[in-house]
Design a protein. Structure first.
Length: 289
């Protein structure tokens, strides 16, 4: 790595989290010369995939297909690298998939935090981003990544934590900033009011009817940062389209009229966790670095 090179590390749970979430931000910084890395906890093993799509693409498992989709998205976004922790993914709360011993839900949380710490010490990012405390929409895997990354952010500069990594040649490293990727709940509250008018139940959203949009809308994360990604919306859409097995980045935003959707997606919101945010909304994750 070149001295003084800007590095951003995104830590999320599944293939597609990087594109459906802060894909415009990742694309923007990659285009501006930042080395952007994605640490992905799972390969999306138990995500729903159309069997015909598996056959058409010559893949034996959903994990194989979704890995390929993520690598397609990574190329579109211009990521410097993708690394997998290779946990089996889990379902929403109460899912039988959560009982699988290899699932992220069942993972040793200290071990998981250590794996994220290792990536921080090795890649030395100035900026780290992950899920907010609710995991965006309450997915247990997202929440596990949130807590692991939060722990790792503060463990990475401290020699007392994971000393085996230091013995292996890594050095303590303190990232400059930690952000949660989030979204403006005001938009969601508007959608929650709209859905019953078109015959949709906001408490049973998604293919499995296991996402409660009313609950999500009630969990607020203060937005401290808005990154202008208006020039990278097409790139984000290209990356999202790579995840064809997961709907290609459509979802509930398809309910929003196109002009409004363009306006809503022109910036991506974040909550700055460290250092404590100032009184004004910032526009650059690397501001002050």
């Amino acid at each position: 790595m070149m001295p003084n090179k800007k590095v951003l590390l995104a830590v999320f749970a599944h293939p597609d989290d990087e594109s459906f979430g802060p894909g415009g931000t990742l694309a923007r910084y990659a285009a501006e010369g930042v080395q952007v890395y994605y640490l992905c906890a799972t390969r999306g093993d138990v995500g729903e995939v159309d069997g015909a799509l598996l056959t058409r693409n010559g893949h034996a498992t959903a994990a194989d297909l979704r890995t390929q989709e993520l690598m397609c998205a990574a190329r579109a976004l211009g990521l410097a690298g993708v690394e997998f922790l290779d946990y089996r993914d889990s379902g929403m709360s109460g899912s039988p998939e959560n009982q699988h011993p290899a699932s992220l839900y069942q993972s040793d949380r200290v071990k998981l935090a250590g794996q994220v710490t290792e990536a921080i010490r090795r890649l030395q990012p100035q900026v780290v981003i992950t899920f907010d405390p609710f995991g965006g929409y309450g997915h247990p895997d997202h929440i596990a990544c949130h807590y692991a990354t939060l722990s790792a952010f503060f463990a990475a500069p401290d020699r007392r934590y994971f000393p085996g990594q230091l013995a292996a040649g890594l050095q303590p490293f303190r990232p400059a900033k930690l952000y949660y990727s989030t979204f403006d709940r005001r938009v969601l509250r508007w959608l929650v009011r709209l859905m019953p008018l078109v015959g949709k139940d906001p408490t049973a959203f998604g293919a499995n009817k296991d996402i409660n949009l009313v609950e999500i809308a009630g969990f607020d994360v203060p937005v401290t940062t808005r990154v202008d990604v208006s020039r990278y919306l097409q790139t984000k859409q290209q990356a999202s389209a790579c995840h064809a097995s997961q709907g290609g980045g459509g979802g509930m935003l398809k309910m929003v009229p196109k002009p409004l959707r363009q306006r809503l997606m022109g910036n991506e919101p974040f909550a700055r966790v460290y250092p404590a945010p100032g009184p004004s909304v910032e526009s650059d994750l690397f501001a002050g670095i």
